[in-house]
Design a protein around this ligand. Structure first.
Ligand code: SF4
Length: 208
């Protein structure tokens, strides 16, 4: 199979502002992978499970869609679903680099191996125990917390050994959970500068 024949299951592509963590406020192009090996009960991205939303796109078709969405933007986020589970993710990243895109990826760390060449920015959003290599590879770690559950001790310990750890409250669909937000705020203050709070800015200002 040639590179142009590889097809990628994608459920959505759009241009918006990054609303989370380090790059919050930066305009980016989003490529949402269809499918995820996990099934978090609180997942706020239902499209990746909808069979009707699944499109199989070649690299050329993906780039054409990016150009159509916002020809001036050169920053892409691979998200999902789970981008790590895409077939030949390395080929997609290499192709986007070759055409001048800065490539970020948000991953739970489950479903595949990191691409080679590496992405320019890796956001790790753990949902399960992960190997240390993934924590080391991450440029930022974003921990999504509910009002209950999750180990705050583990998050605080992680913040002692990684310089860019964020906590982000879970949402119910497009509505941030106030109790989760209160918990994240308390934890951030308790960490005394080692943690930062991410609040999905796009949901507060009513954009995608
Ligand atoms: S890992 Fe992310 S995309 Fe997958 S089910 Fe959990 S919240 Fe949804």
């Amino acid at each position: 199979m040639s590179a142009d024949d590889q097809l990628y299951p994608i459920c959505d592509m759009f241009a918006s502002l990054q609303g989370e963590a380090t790059w919050s406020g930066r305009p980016m192009l989003f490529i949402r992978a269809w499918g995820c090996p996990l099934a978090c009960a609180w997942c706020d991205e239902p499209l990746h499970r909808d069979p009707k939303a699944r499109q199989l796109l070649s690299r050329h078709a993906i780039r054409t869609a990016l150009q159509h969405l916002a020809p001036e933007l050169r920053a892409v986020v691979l998200t999902g679903g789970e981008p790590l589970a895409l077939p030949d993710l390395s080929g997609l990243v290499a192709d986007l680099h070759h055409h001048g895109y800065w490539v970020a990826m948000e991953s739970s760390g489950v479903g595949g191996t990191l691409p080679d060449p590496p992405v320019d920015w890796l956001t790790l959003s753990p949902k399960t125990p992960l190997p240390d290599t993934l924590y080391h590879a991450a440029n930022e770690i974003k921990w999504v917390l509910g009002a209950e559950g999750g180990s705050t001790e583990f998050i605080l310990a992680l913040a002692n050994r990684h310089p860019n750890v964020w906590v982000q409250p879970r949402a119910h669909g497009n509505t941030p959970d106030p109790a989760a937000l209160a918990r994240c705020l308390q934890l951030t203050m308790q960490a005394n500068g080692r943690l930062r709070l991410s609040v999905q800015m796009h949901k507060y200002i009513g954009i995608r």
